[in-house]
Write a protein that binds this ligand. Structure first.
Ligand SMILES: [Zn+2]
Length: 267
């Protein structure tokens, strides 16, 4: 698990510029993510859909990656890769949209070396996590709401033992703030892995619940935890740039997630 490799993916995404849904830059991001995953041996499917938004009807595309195929995946590992639409200025979302996507690609590389474990994972890259105005039942979380709906419709939610959503985990000053209503068993598992790796001090609880891509998944019956660092001063500002990130933070979160998956979730 290399923090530098994860950070290089974030840089590649940020270099495409702002990546709001429907933009040319987000299509370049999709091609980049797809090409990297295929190179590591993953199969990638596009899940396109359209949805009404406060800015009119928009087109979104989730990316779903699986490995092997003899066994159905049992655990979801997710990140959103869109960036928030800004009317004034270039918001590149180094931490918000970039960091978790870069880490998910690095985890894809690492798990590809363990095909038996990789086959149990489904990697999902959500489009449209960000709200155009603010998070409501009809604004924001477009990708995860659509994915969860499809899952419920096909009765597929039962297939998954659980899931992890990664979001904003690259801040130099890392404080992974688990939502206060995190599923108990998953939170305990994450804390135990952090403890085992002597990285416990980076993980704490947020003072309240957080609305993110884990919300629709939990509502659909897939018990999912959100690993997010919500103590981030540059959140939703034009200052969310590469200089705020460190490869060490990406490595810390990647190491804890890997340890948790190997010793518990995929066991
Ligand atoms: Zn955001």
């Amino acid at each position: 698990m290399s923090g530098d490799r994860a950070l290089a993916h974030v840089q590649a995404l940020v270099d495409f510029g702002p990546r709001p849904p429907g933009s040319e830059a987000i299509e370049k991001s999709r091609n980049y993510i797809t090409q990297q995953l295929r190179q590591f041996g993953w199969r990638v499917e596009r899940q396109p859909f359209e949805e009404e938004t406060p800015r009119g009807r928009k087109r979104f595309v989730n990316l779903i990656a699986t490995f092997g195929g003899r066994t159905a995946p049992e655990f979801l590992l997710c990140s959103h890769y869109d960036t928030k639409t800004f009317d004034n200025g270039a918001f590149v979302g180094a931490n918000d949209g970039g960091s978790s996507t870069g880490l998910l690609l690095e985890l894809a590389r690492v798990f590809a070396k363990e095909p038996r474990l990789a086959a149990k994972l489904e990697l999902v890259f959500f489009d449209g996590e960000e709200a155009y105005e603010r998070f409501t039942d009809t604004d924001g979380l477009y990708g995860s709401r659509y994915f969860a709906r499809q899952l419920s419709g096909s009765g597929g939610a039962k297939r998954f033992r659980g899931g992890i959503v990664l979001d904003m985990i690259g801040d130099r000053s890392l404080d992974v703030t688990l939502p206060s209503d995190s599923p108990q068993e998953l939170a305990a598992g994450i804390f135990a892995s952090a403890d085992a790796l002597k990285l416990r001090s980076f993980f704490t609880y947020f003072d309240g619940a957080i609305t993110d891509d884990h919300t629709p998944l939990n509502a659909a019956g897939v018990t999912t935890i959100d690993l997010i660092d919500f103590h981030y001063d540059a959140w939703h500002t034009l200052d969310d740039t590469m200089d705020k990130l460190s490869p060490e933070s990406l490595r810390v979160v990647g190491a804890v997630v890997s340890h948790f998956l190997v010793t518990k979730a995929l066991k």
